[in-house]
Design a protein around this ligand. Sequence first.
Ligand SMILES: [Zn+2]
Length: 268
Amino acid sequence: MRAISSAQAAPAEAEDFCPSCKGVGYLVMDVPYGHPEFGHLIACNCRHAQRMQQRREHLFAISNLGPFVSKTFDNFDASVSGVARAYARALKFAEQPVGWLILFGGYGTGKTHLVAAIANQVLNTGYRTVLFAVVPDLLDHLRSTFGPTSEIAYDERFEQVRGADVLILDDFGTENATPWAREKLFQIFNHRYNYKLPTVITSNRKPEEIDPRIFSRMSDRELCDEIIMIDAGDYRRTTAPGQRFEPKKPEPPRRSGRRDVDRTGRNF
Ligand SMILES: [Zn+2]
């Protein structure tokens, strides 16, 4: 193969050029006139790398990971007592996302950091859709797209969540448990259960407080061989502020007092 002649190449600084295609992005087959492949264009490897980068950026843009992009396995302190097992299981899941990973533990046990690290690592491989969703926010979002005027947006969004290659549901159990919310969550869990889709769930509730229909699916040994209980005291307090970790932030507000109202003011 050879580069398309420089006269056809887009003008650019010489050092920006890919040495193979001179920045055109395509190569022509180096075959004589009359050959069936004469004049055929082939994408250069640099174009492939660019497409992969675009795909990574697109996947990142739809993942909701914005505030958690700095959370990685490298900056998680696995030596804090009580988190070692959760760290090991999360790392294993990130390397090979199979089945369900379920982490129970109170606020400040590092759950969100660990599952964001999973999302960041899987996204960096560049070919899977990863959706990171804080459950109460996800339900707010679904409610806001749900209604007679926006059925299509709702269906699309719901399908995107339900069918993501890897779905990470953070803070499950704190959402306002209206019948509507319970039903939506059950549909998501049930779909992921039936199709055995890789799913990560964190909760600061006690297992017995989880919707029994969902908990029975979490307890299926074929999908999830162990439910991890993190008992780390307060992960953020035990790691030195100002060094590798942020100082402890105030407790997030409890969400139980909020009313579930959609745009039209109807209660769900
Ligand atoms: Zn090239």
